[in-house]
Write a new protein. Structure first.
Length: 158
């Protein structure tokens, strides 16, 4: 199904949970509200949507080689030098990996990213669409994979 074409083929209030893993970043930033509003529409009262996207804050630090503020994508150690003390990867190699994560692999049609989110930007977009942040999941795992995974609940608007 093409998520950019709304309304989606689901009844109002028909889903208890929606998983959007590594999907939202493939759409233009301006499409984000339409996709999140569709999630709101098809969620049942109290329903949840779990969204995993690349972590813009972490990727920008890794891309810019801001030492000590990002992890090595191979061995998950903090980069405190121009060469990872654990695996020997250089900051330039880490920066290249961050760029590929930011823009997608670009190794087949559609494998590119059009949007980059921070936790704050995704929270704000979700809130504007009636979705309340419940919390972040698998924080350590997601951090070392340069992602974050957030769980949102359909807000009671009444």
């Amino acid at each position: 199904m093409d998520l950019s074409k709304t309304p989606w083929a689901f009844e109002d209030g028909s889903a208890e949970e929606i998983l959007l893993f590594d999907a939202l970043e493939h759409f233009p930033y301006g499409s984000t509200p339409f996709i999140l509003l569709e999630c709101f529409r098809i969620l049942s009262p109290g329903g949840m949507v779990v969204i995993q996207v690349p972590d813009g804050d972490h990727l920008v630090r890794a891309f810019g080689c801001i030492l000590g503020e990002y992890t090595c994508n191979r061995c998950e150690q903090a980069m405190n030098d121009v060469i990872c003390k654990t695996c020997g990867q250089t900051e330039r190699e880490v920066s290249e990996a961050a760029m590929r994560r930011m823009y997608g692999g670009q190794d087949y049609a559609g494998n590119y990213h059009q949007t980059l989110f921070t936790m704050e930007s995704l929270e704000a977009k979700a809130k504007d669409c009636g979705l309340e942040l419940v919390g972040y999941e698998e924080e350590q795992h997601q951090y070392v994979n340069w992602n974050f995974k957030a769980r949102f609940k359909k807000a009671d608007l009444w």
